[in-house]
Design a protein. Structure first.
Ligand SMILES: *Cc1c(COP(=O)(O)O)cnc(C)c1O
Length: 353
């Protein structure tokens, strides 16, 4: 069997939720499990995240699957519904929905539901993606009071992990919603970790649960987070290059002297980013080295300089324990979110507690 594996550490998921809860001790948590729990497996993550008061995701099908498997906690659909016929299963399964625009609101008003839904009324405070504009929010809330079972006020931050921070959006939120005495939910991982003033009634941790940092300038380790996914494989070949020899498609790396390279059974069809350039960190035999050349569909190259013990069968860590996905992502010009979500279905998953 091909040696690539993703190991999911349930203990790390539990630990990271504990970090979120200690940072926001007065808030309840929607554990964000969209995109198959950021690639970690929905059912597995829901089980490990038993201490979360609710689960939040995007995909109705996945929410229904959770209910079928006996999940009783509140489940929040972060984009609400896309078509009127989705309201029936949503109501039947008691799912909470985000309502973010006038069209959704009109559909909800017209629907004949056996039980009114818990609604998260989303305000656009600057992300300019989803959410009612500030000047329409009061009116939307009035209408929701008539057709929703409960209302929670919600917004999403555009730069809680960056320079601009959250103050400008908080000010807009207060201006549009200030008077309304309703529960609130604002904070993603970055805001949970950096801006206690955003915690409110419900927080929405995502990436931090999976042990990655939302910040470009602060590591997951420093935040006390543990990687929940370790992607590992083995060397399936090794060879020595002489000066002038190159490796892989496009011959993008050429040796300027003798160098030993290992061929790793992992490629972009496994979810490893093809755009990771020469120099991307990788562990061989637990030692940190670098990738060489272009990532192929099923293989990539590792520099074995300084790792004389490396041979066919030697263990390789692509990311996870010992090498943060954040570092690999940065080298590849992306974020850990994308690496985790992109884990391919062809990679066998194992689980540890
Ligand atoms: C994905 C998502 C989150 C979680 O964000 P992280 O940065 O992963 O913590 C929170 N809220 C909403 C609306 C989201 O879509």
């Amino acid at each position: 069997m091909r040696p690539i594996r993703a190991r999911i550490d349930s203990g790390a998921l539990r630990h990271n939720l504990g970090v979120a809860k200690r940072r926001a001790p007065r808030s309840r948590s929607w554990a964000v499990v969209k995109a198959n729990a950021y690639g970690h497996g929905l059912a597995r993550a829901a089980k490990a995240l038993a201490a979360a008061e609710g689960l939040a995701l995007i995909e109705l099908e996945a929410a229904l699957e959770l209910r079928r498997s006996g999940e009783r906690r509140p489940i929040l659909l972060l984009q609400g519904f896309y078509a009127p016929e989705e309201l029936e299963p949503i109501a039947a399964q008691g799912l909470a929905v985000v309502v973010h625009d006038a069209e959704q609101l009109a559909v909800l008003e017209k629907a004949q539901l056996p039980k009114k839904l818990a609604v998260y009324a989303k305000l656009n405070t600057g992300m300019n993606r989803l959410g009612f504009p500030g000047k329409e929010f009061r009116d939307a809330l009035e209408r929701l009071r008539a057709c929703a079972g409960s209302i929670t006020l919600m917004t999403h931050f555009a730069d809680a992990d960056g320079e601009r921070g959250v103050r400008w959006q908080l000010a807009r939120f207060d201006a549009a919603a200030g008077g309304a005495k309703l529960p609130r939910s604002l904070a993603n991982s970055a805001a949970i970790l950096r801006y206690p003033e955003t915690h409110a009634d419900w927080v929405r941790p995502g990436i931090m649960l999976y042990g990655c940092s939302p910040f470009p300038d602060e590591s997951a380790e420093k935040l006390g987070l543990k990687p929940a996914m370790t992607l590992s494989s083995e060397l399936i070949a090794a060879r020595s290059l002489s000066a002038g020899d190159s490796v892989g498609y496009g011959c993008t790396f050429t040796a300027d002297g003798p160098v030993r390279v290992g061929i790793v059974a992992c490629g972009y069809a496994d979810g490893y980013p093809r755009h990771a350039p020469t120099g991307t960190p990788i562990l061989v035999c637990g030692k940190r080295t670098r990738t060489l050349g272009r990532v192929a569909m099923d293989m990539l190259f590792a520099d074995l300089t300084g790792i004389p013990e490396a041979a066919i069968g030697s263990p390789v860590t692509l990311w996870g324990e010992g090498l943060s996905a954040d570092e690999v992502a940065t080298s590849a010009g992306t974020v850990s979110y994308e690496l985790l979500c992109a884990l391919s279905p062809r990679v066998p998953v194992t689980e540890t507690d």
